[in-house]
Design a protein around this ligand. Sequence first.
Ligand SMILES: Nc1ncnc2c1ncn2[C@@H]1O[C@H](COP(=O)(O)OP(=O)(O)OP(=O)(O)O)[C@@H](O)[C@H]1O
Ligand SMILES: [Mg+2]
Length: 239
Amino acid sequence: MSAHVKLEKITRKYDGIMALRGISLDVKSGEILTIIGPNGAGKTTLLRILALLDKPSSGKLIYQGQSVDSSNTPFLRKKITMVFQRPILLNDTVFENVAYGLKLRGLTEDEIADRVEAALDSVMLKNFAHRMAKKLSGGEQQRVVLARALVLNPELLLLDEPTANLDPTSATIVEKIIRQLRGRSTVVVATHNIFQAKRLSDRVGCILNGMIIDVDKPKNIFTKPRNEIIRKFVRGEFF
Ligand SMILES: Nc1ncnc2c1ncn2[C@@H]1O[C@H](COP(=O)(O)OP(=O)(O)OP(=O)(O)O)[C@@H](O)[C@H]1O
Ligand SMILES: [Mg+2]
């Protein structure tokens, strides 16, 4: 599989805090890659850089063979969608929230209506179109933001803790949707949920203190971890 995005020695420093310390990683086209690691490890920072929403302090990003710089960032950003850890919604209906990106892209009203309906259907929110998005429960809001991302058919979809606020049934729905994207979009999921990483991933990247300490197939990460830190983390013994 070719690299959809290649990261070369990426660092990100925030006011003296080294959030990422030299990450080199290939995200392969069509794979589901999960990034696991404890709070503060650098997962969100890494996703924001992959989404081209944030610039690394040093290092290089290559998107489908093209070196990313300020001249091609606006164009490449349109191919990528990130779903944030905390849902950010417009003060409008569910329909308008999901339709927003399509309107910006100039689709016709009929196309927009069809695509929004299909996206809401896939997240089991078919009858929610006319409800005010901000009045929904946390888990329902999380599914609205997922629908808003899916409706755009992004080449690269970045999901930051996509099931953190969801009950088990909703989490199962969301995981099923993510699995259906395999081979069609490239998907990177940040999670602290080890079981989710096992269920979803083609590959798992372990991040700790801003460094990727291993990337491998889930069965290798979870059954024969290469080092003691990963072993502790996947067994829930990490402090
Ligand atoms: N805007 C910011 N300014 C200063 N420090 C930041 C900023 N964003 C993140 N950090 C720091 O960078 C480190 C990595 O943060 P990041 O949000 O990427 O972690 P994470 O793995 O997503 O954690 P969590 O599991 O809690 O979501 C942390 O130490 C955090 O405090
Ligand atoms: Mg985070």
